[in-house]
Design a protein. Sequence first.
Length: 285
Amino acid sequence: MLQNVFEQKNTLSFEIFPPKKDGEFESAFRVLDSLGNLKPDFISVTYGAGGSRSGKTIEIASYIQNKLKINAMAHITCVGSKKEDILRVSAALREHNVNYVLALRGDRPREMSDEQFDSRDFAHASDMMRFLKENTQLHMAGACYPEKHFEAFSMESDLNHLLKKQEAGAEFLVSQLFFDNDYYYSFLEKADKKGITIPISAGIMPITTANQLGTTVSLSGSSVPKALADLIARYGDSREDMRKAGIDYAIRQIRDLQENGVKHIHIYTMNKPKMAGEIVSAIYR
């Protein structure tokens, strides 16, 4: 059980995403084989916007769980899903021996009307969590936001929503990516005061191209510290130098987290096993 793993030791986990095209699955399995050789405690698999291509998520998660014998955690989003959709996906996951989900509200699909959005079955991830706990045997993790969710009125209101996830059955949390560890330390202190007692895994995304930073920040709302901005300015025009500098930044970020008592690290791999391997060999050698 993953919650027992969190209690017994430090953990390392990865996030990957399913290929967008069916013809790319063979290469996706090679990526998974390489990541599996790094012996993570679990690998999470993302979910298309509004639940699109959920079958691909299940297929990848099944490979991780049954072929690689590594704990798989499938993302599941509810913003565009009815209760029957969630039950169908949940049943399919259990059929493939995938017992863990990262329960998310998800981003609103572009084609979703205001009327559809306002009348959705699940307003928040915590609502889906309660539904899953009452109607399935799945184990659940939740997401958390060191710099608060971009839609939250305040950090206090965001922490209140996080507490609801814990009360709804979340067994551990995975954080949104961040680049400034001070935000994470402050978040941990506030979460503790709020009564969040379940384990939290720190989400780290290495920035290996200058273009990646802009996309990442727009999607996550994460702050960019001066040290990272300076790194982009210095190495951004050189593909290989930027790659090396971005990996080094992630390594230093993880080392600092570990030196300050953070036990659980979740790497957003972007399906790049070589990059993940370089980071793992540096921090766990």
